[in-house]
Design a protein around this ligand. Structure first.
Ligand code: SF4
Ligand code: MSK
Length: 625
C-alpha cells in the first residue's frame, strides 16, 4: 500500500478534493495527508500487532530475538489480544450509539420529550410483534415502552442470546452455539473481551479470536441493528429519493452548516431549525440568501437516506470542506470526527460545535443536546452559524462546482417495495444468473490510499459482472460522485443487472445507509437465506471495505465473516505478526464459520477473487456460475 503520497493528483481521484488540497497548500492548512507524511514510516511492531502495553512489566515488543513478553506471552497471544481490544472498541462505538437510540425511544415512550416523536408507527409495531411483544389493541407509546425495555435488556448479562437472533437462520445459530460464539449481551461481550485480554487471562489465541467474533456479532445483531431500527421508528424508514454529493453542495450566498458524526438525534433537529422561517429571515437580514445544511460521513448518510439532505463529502473530505472558506459552522455528534477540524476551522471563520458529553473537542464550543432540549439547542446552533456569516472572508472562498445527483433511501422496506412486496423477483433473478450475487462495499477513506480509487473501481468492476452492489458509510459518497447511484448508471452494468435494475427503475449500486445500517444488509442476507432454506454462508454474497481505517470497520468485517459472508479488506488489521492469527483470518475461519477474509489492495484483483467466490457459491446452490 502506498504511504505518504506527496503529489496532489495521487492523493485523491476527485477534482473537488484536488482543488481544495491545492488551496490548503496555498492557505497553509495542514491536512491528514501531511500528517501521514510526518508519521511515516510507521512502527513495524505496531503495524504487525506485536507491541503489547497491557501491563507495566512491559511494554513489550516481540521479535525473533525476543520472542516473548516479560510475562511469557508470544506473538500469537499478543496479536489476538490486540485484535480483540481493537474490535471491542469498534463494537462499543456502534453499540453505544444504539444505547443512545434506546434512551431516545424510552424518553419518547414515557412522554419525557416533546421534541421527538414516533414517525413510523407501523415499524414500531412490526418489530414489537417480531420480538414477541403484544401490540394489537395497545396504545403506541405503551408498545414503545416495552420495546425500549426489550432493547435495554440486550445490553445486559441475563440472556442466552440477543433478541434479533430470531432473524438468523437456524443453521447459522447452530454454528455459533457449537463454537461458543452466540452473542448474549452487548455490554457483556465487550466487557468480557476486556477481561479476557487482561494479563494472565485468555492465553489461547484461537479462543480469544472466537470471542472477538462473538463481540462483533453482538454489535451486528444487537447494537447496530437496534440503532438502525430505532432511528427508523423515530425519524422514518428511508424510501428512495434524490440527493446530491460533493463539495459543490456548499452554497456561496448562504449560511453553510455541516453536520458530522453518526447519530441522527442532533442533526434531525438542525434540519428542522434551518427550515424555521424566523431563522431564515434572520439569515437574510445578515446578508445571506438562506441557510444551507449539508452532511459529512455517516450523520450525512442518515440525513440523506431520510431527507435527501445533500452530502458534502466522506471521511477525507471533512477537512477539505472547511478549506472552501464558506462553512460557517460544523456541528458534530460522535465518531470519525478528526480533532484537526478545530484547527482547520480556526484558519478560516468556521466554528466547531460539539453536542455530546462523550465527544468534546478542545477548542470547540459545547452545546449539549438532550432529549428535552433538542429543538432549542438546534435553534441556538443555527443562530451561531448565522452570526458567523458576517465574518466570512469572501476573498478566501473557493467552492468546487457541480454537485453530482444521486438516488438514496434503500432501506430493506424500500427494496421490498420496489420488488413488489416479496423477495421472489430478486431470488428468481439470482437463480437465472441475471443478478449473479450481491456485494456490500462499506467503510471509510484512509490517506494511505488514493482517496476512493479502490472504493469506486471495485464497485464498477462488480456491476460489470452482474453483481449487485450495496453501499453504506463513506463508500456512499464515493459511489455517488462516480455516478453509480443513479438509475441511468445501469449502462455501466452487465446485461443481466441492466435488465433487472432497469425494470425496477433502481440503480445497480444501492445506498443502504450509514455504518450502523450494515445491520440492514445482514438482515437482508438472513432474509434471503431463510427464504431459500439455506445458511447465509451458502449465498453468493460478499462484503468489502477497501479503504477502511476504523475499529468500527474491523468490527463490521469480523461480524460479516462470522455471519457467513466472505469479506474483502484492502489491507489487513494489525495482525500480520502472528502467522496463526493471520492464517485463521484468511483460511481457518472458512472451516469454522464458512467464510473468511480476503486481503487485496488492488480493486481489480479483488473483484476477480470475489467473482470466483460468488461462482463457487452459485455452483454450490446448483445454479449456473
Ligand atoms: Fe509485556 Fe505480558 Fe505485560 Fe504485555 S502483558 S506488556 S507482553 S508483560
Ligand atoms: S463514517 S467508520 S469513516 S465509513 Fe461511518 Fe466513514 Fe468509516 Fe467513519
Amino acid at each position: 500500500m502506498a504511504k505518504a503520497i506527496k503529489n496532489i493528483d495521487q492523493k485523491s481521484i476527485w477534482d473537488d478534493a484536488r482543488q481544495m488540497l491545492a488551496k490548503a497548500e496555498k492557505d497553509g492548512v495542514e491536512t491528514a495527508w501531511d500528517r501521514l507524511e510526518q508519521q511515516s514510516p510507521h512502527c513495524q511492531f505496531g503495524e504487525s500487532g506485536v507491541c503489547c502495553r497491557i501491563c507495566t512489566m512491559g511494554p513489550c515488543r516481540v521479535s525473533k530475538k525476543a520472542p516473548r513478553g516479560v510475562c511469557g506471552a508470544d506473538a500469537d497471544v499478543i496479536v489476538a489480544r490486540n485484535f480483540g481490544r481493537f474490535v471491542a472498541g469498534g463494537s462499543a462505538g456502534h453499540s453505544d450509539h444504539g444505547r443512545d437510540c434506546i434512551e431516545a425511544l424510552y424518553d419518547v415512550a414515557h412522554g419525557k420529550t416533546k421534541d421527538y416523536t414516533i414517525k413510523d408507527e407501523d415499524k414500531l409495531r412490526r418489530i414489537a410483534a417480531e420480538l414477541g411483544i403484544a401490540e394489537q389493541g395497545r396504545e403506541t407509546l405503551e408498545v414503545a415502552k416495552d420495546l425500549a425495555e426489550e432493547f435495554y435488556a440486550n445490553y445486559g448479562s441475563r440472556r442466552d442470546e440477543v433478541s434479533f437472533l430470531c432473524r438468523v437462520p437456524q443453521k447459522r445459530k447452530d454454528i455459533w452455539h457449537n463454537l461458543g460464539m452466540t452473542p448474549r449481551g452487548v455490554d457483556r461481550e465487550i466487557a468480557e473481551m476486556m477481561h479476557r485480554t487482561h494479563m494472565g487471562c485468555d492465553n489461547d489465541a484461537v479462543n480469544t479470536m472466537v470471542h472477538s467474533a462473538r463481540t462483533c456479532l453482538a454489535d451486528a445483531w444487537a447494537g447496530s441493528m437496534i440503532a438502525t431500527e430505532i432511528s427508523d421508528i423515530l425519524f422514518g424508514t428511508p424510501s428512495p429519493r434524490m440527493s446530491q454529493a460533493n463539495l459543490g453542495v456548499i452554497k456561496e450566498d448562504q449560511v453553510n452548516i455541516l453536520v458530522h458524526g453518526h447519530n441522527p438525534i442532533v442533526s434531525e433537529k438542525i434540519v428542522e431549525a434551518v427550515n424555521d422561517p424566523e431563522l431564515i429571515a434572520l439569515a437574510k437580514q445578515k446578508g445571506a440568501s438562506g441557510i444551507n445544511v449539508a452532511g459529512l460521513c455517516c450523520t450525512g448518510n442518515e440525513l440523506m437516506m431520510r431527507q435527501g439532505i445533500p452530502m458534502a463529502g466522506n471521511h477525507l473530505m471533512t477537512e477539505l470542506a472547511i478549506v472552501t472558506g464558506a462553512v460557517e459552522l460544523i456541528v458534530v455528534d460522535y465518531q470519525c470526527i478528526m480533532p484537526s477540524l478545530v484547527t482547520v476551522g480556526n484558519c478560516y471563520h468556521t466554528k466547531m460545535v460539539t453536542t455530546a458529553d462523550k465527544a468534546k473537542f478542545t477548542g470547540a464550543e459545547h452545546v449539549k443536546f438532550e432529549m428535552t432540549n433538542g429543538m432549542a439547542q438546534a435553534r441556538k446552533v443555527v443562530q451561531m452559524a448565522i452570526a458567523r456569516f458576517a465574518l466570512r472572508d469572501k476573498k478566501r472562498v473557493q467552492i468546487p462546482k457541480g454537485p453530482v445527483p444521486m438516488m438514496t433511501g434503500f432501506s430493506n422496506e424500500a427494496l421490498l417495495a420496489a420488488l413488489g412486496g416479496t423477495l421472489t423477483p430478486l431470488i428468481e433473478a439470482i437463480k437465472a444468473g441475471k443478478v449473479r450475487g450481491a456485494v456490500a462495499i462499506v467503510g471509510c477513506n484512509n490517506p494511505k490510499y488514493q482517496q476512493d480509487y479502490c472504493n469506486v473501481n471495485l464497485a464498477r468492476e462488480l456491476i460489470k459482472r452482474d453483481i449487485l452492489v450495496l453501499v453504506t458509510g463513506c463508500v456512499t459518497t464515493a459511489a455517488g460522485k462516480a455516478n453509480l447511484l443513479m438509475p441511468e448508471s445501469i449502462s455501466q452494468a452487465g446485461p443481466g443487472l441492466q435488465e433487472i435494475c432497469g425494470s425496477l427503475g433502481i440503480p445497480p449500486v444501492l445506498h443502504m445507509g450509514s455504518c450502523v445500517d450494515n445491520a440492514r444488509i445482514i438482515q437482508l442476507a438472513a432474509m434471503l437465506a431463510n427464504e431459500l432454506g439455506v445458511d447465509i454462508s451458502d449465498l453468493p454474497l460478499a462484503g468489502s471495505s477497501p479503504e477502511w481505517y476504523s475499529e468500527k470497520a474491523a468490527a463490521i468485517g469480523t461480524y460479516c465473516v462470522a455471519s457467513g459472508i466472505y469479506t474483502h479488506l484492502g489491507h489487513p488489521p494489525n495482525i500480520t505478526g502472528s502467522e496463526l492469527v493471520t492464517n485463521l483470518a484468511l483460511k481457518g475461519l472458512d472451516e469454522l464459520v464458512g467464510a473468511c477474509f480476503l486481503i487485496e489492495p488492488d480493486p481489480f484483483k479483488a473483484a476477480e477473487h470475489i467473482d470466483q467466490r460468488i461462482k463457487a457459491k452459485r455452483l454450490g446452490l446448483g445454479l449456473p456460475a
